[in-house]
Design a protein around this ligand. Structure first.
Ligand SMILES: Cc1ncc(COP(=O)(O)O)c(C=O)c1O
Length: 393
């Protein structure tokens, strides 16, 4: 019975294995080689795992850089003592320049005007001697995702903006793949070509593009031609490959780059009831018992990470066996049918994600993602902040 965590409070909690996170980072290191830098993506609270403890474990295991979404996430890492360079992947908003500089965060420049905003802010900081030397930025190029980044046709304007910004230094240039996890798509190859052409244009404009980086998890796993100078794994650090079917290709990748999921989510049975046949369970009676049934109620709902789409679909582990989630998952509670598990008792630990013990059965976020047509990152990010995270070594 996985019941290693003892604490007072509402019985829903997560167990995060920092050992697994470190092991995954070391697996990536072996895979991409010593020469390449690894930028570990720890945005969105490290995909729900807890940004500060995860970043510290990754730093110890050899991460060279960290990637966050916004200035606030970068500031949190700096406040905890993280010293590695931190790339702010979505750049900065007007007004955030001062905080960005104060925490020595490296912004992604996603449109040309940002060079000018930042140049003004850095020039002013340099005048008051708050910084010395040119400030490092990375340029994000939009090679076809049509979401964020400077289009390849604007490389001449980039060169001009840099020439007009003596306080800025281009330290890196990157792009983001839209379809790297899809074996049937040729979009990744097209994005790589567009990226290389944009880099050539920068060289032609006598701009040094700095560190080149493109690869997210799926590209780290199976597209070595995209690794360039630095890779940017996210999901694989938390133990999940990002492939779609076919399943044999997934097995191949798992063999090449073995991973260990780091996150378990557990709750306890806080109420048991016997419901006669024909009884409605939960909101809108979306489940109606077909036989006299035993219902166990868990102290976890969609605000805790049992996503509402699992209504009448999901399963949890109780006493090492699967029990189906029945009825609408509510914000704070979920119900499971334990009619066929007569030994389940009030207070038992239910595993929503994780293993029911060494070598025992397990439910992983990848199983639930497959069931729901979602991705593991979506599910892990859905585990709300009120769920305490316990860090296991
Ligand atoms: C720019 C960028 N690089 C890398 C990643 C990591 O992606 P993954 O979790 O698929 O490795 C993300 C995540 O969305 C991203 O936005």
């Amino acid at each position: 019975m996985p019941n290693r965590v003892q604490f007072d409070g509402r019985p829903v909690w997560a167990e995060v294995s920092l050992g697994a996170v470190a092991k995954n980072l070391r697996a990536v290191r072996r895979h991409v080689g010593r020469r390449r830098k690894i930028l570990a993506i720890v945005k969105a609270n490290a995909y729900g795992h807890g940004a500060v403890p995860v970043a510290k474990a990754l730093a110890k295991a050899g991460a060279d850089w960290f990637g966050v979404t916004c200035v606030a996430e970068g500031a949190e890492l700096r406040a905890s003592g993280v010293r590695q360079p931190i790339l702010v992947l979505s750049g900065f908003w007007p007004g955030e320049e001062r905080r960005l500089i104060e925490h020595r965060l490296t912004p992604a420049i996603t449109h040309i005007e940002q060079f000018h905003h930042l140049e003004r802010a850095i020039a002013s900081a340099a005048r008051s001697r708050r910084i010395r030397g040119p400030y490092a930025v990375h340029l994000k190029i939009d090679t076809g995702m049509n979401r964020l980044g400077v289009p390849p046709v604007e490389m001449r304007a980039v060169a001009q903006a840099l020439a007009d910004s003596p306080h800025l230094r281009l330290d890196g240039t990157f792009t983001h793949f839209a379809s790297a996890e899809d074996f049937t798509s040729d979009q990744t190859g097209q994005q790589e070509s567009l990226f290389r052409a944009a880099i050539e244009r920068l060289h032609a404009e006598r701009v040094n593009p700095g560190i080149l980086h493109l690869a997210n998890s799926a590209a780290v796993a199976k597209r070595p031609e995209s690794w360039a100078d630095m890779v940017r794994p996210g999901a694989i650090l938390y133990g999940y490959h990002q492939f779609f079917e076919p399943i044999e290709r997934k097995a191949e990748a798992e063999q090449m780059l073995p991973l260990q999921p780091a996150f378990s989510l557990r709750s306890r049975v806080i109420s048991m009831r016997d419901v006669p046949a024909g009884g409605g369970v939960g909101y809108n009676a979306r489940f109606v018992t077909e036989r006299p049934s035993r219902i166990a109620v868990l102290a976890a709902g969609y605000a805790d990470g049992i996503v509402r789409a699992l209504t009448n679909r999901g399963r949890v582990l109780l006493r090492g066996r699967c029990a189906p989630i029945i009825g609408i998952v509510s914000m704070d509670l979920a119900m499971v049918d334990v009619t066929s598990l007569p030994d389940v008792r009030l207070g038992d630990v239910a595993t929503i994600y994780g293993s029911a013990g060494p070598g025992g059965p397990a439910i992983w976020a990848s199983d639930v993602a497959r069931l729901l047509g979602s991705v593991t990152s979506d599910l892990l990010c859905a585990v709300g902040p009120r769920v305490p995270r316990f860090y296991l070594s």
